[in-house]
Design a protein. Structure first.
Length: 280
């Protein structure tokens, strides 16, 4: 039995012009401890897949199974880290994490155990020194660290990350990528991450899931990244395997984009020719 199964997932959304099919037959089996990246052009349904796994959307067809149980609503075993940290501005970093811990462990941990657990998770993301600061007193990268700590503190079976570093500068982004690799190495989390960054996908992932363009997007290719862990970004820069993986992802994204453009152009050309024929 697979740890997490996404099985023949399709979803449609109502629009003024009728039903819009965002995903069509998406299937993926994920092993426990896998780090999966979803990559593709804007509008290819990456966030929709993530939201279905999170239980925020219901698939029109197919479904998601986590450890033998169907996913049909949000739950603490699936924690989400968004691009926007979503911290409550009037609470300190400690208190923001505490909210999640109380929600999940209020009946199973004592106050002392919860305090220790909150501090442990802030330490994991290197935020112990700023745990009593409010969001407006810390940097964007530090806010995102707190968001990751809050998600980890729920002790989820699956960590879902929707472009968690997308709004950060390059240096902060690199530091957080290293932190996420370090945390996953320690905890063995199962992670599904959305990214637009090819280098980020190759650096962090065990598998890269490449989505076709929407509408009716689906999985185009899956690339196994067989690079030894722990990974060092500087050492990988000259690694021929790393560069081969990077080229394969770029090639897929470029070719898929090119396949759509000529089709659309040909379609418009045919429509124009048909109109001309009718006039004639």
């Amino acid at each position: 039995m697979h740890f997490l199964q996404i099985s023949q997932v399709s979803i449609e959304f109502p629009t003024p012009k009728g039903q819009f099919k965002a995903l069509d037959g998406v299937s993926l089996n994920i092993r426990q401890g896998d780090f999966i990246s979803l990559i593709g052009h804007s509008g290819c349904g990456k966030s929709t897949v993530l939201n279905i796994v999170a239980g925020l959307y219901q698939a029109t067809e197919g479904g998601v199974i986590l450890e033998g149980k169907e996913v049909n609503e949000p739950g603490p075993e699936r924690a989400v880290v968004f691009q926007n940290h979503s911290l409550l501005p009037w609470l300190t970093a400690y208190q923001n994490v505490e909210l999640a811990v109380k929600q999940v462990f209020n009946r199973t941990k004592s106050k002392a155990e919860m305090k220790e657990w909150i501090e442990h998770n802030l330490e994991l993301v290197h935020m112990s020194h700023a745990m009593h600061k409010r969001p407006d007193e810390i940097s964007g990268g530090m806010k995102q660290r707190v968001g990751i700590a809050r998600a980890l503190a729920m002790q989820p079976k699956v960590l879902l990350m929707d472009e968690p570093f997308g709004a950060l500068d390059a240096l902060t982004r690199a530091h957080l990528q290293d932190s996420v690799m370090e945390i996953q190495n320690k905890l063995g989390n199962t992670v599904i991450m959305i990214t637009h960054d090819v280098d980020e996908a190759v650096l962090l992932s065990d598998r890269i899931v490449m989505m076709t363009n929407g509408p009716a997007a689906t999985i185009g290719e899956i690339l196994d990244v067989e690079l030894d862990r722990p990974r060092d970004r500087l050492a990988l820069a000259d690694n021929p395997e790393y560069n081969r993986y990077r080229s394969e992802v770029l090639r897929f994204l470029y070719e898929k984009q090119r396949k759509v453009e000529p089709f659309e152009n040909a379609k418009k050309k045919n429509q124009t020719n048909n109109k001309s024929s009718k006039v004639a």
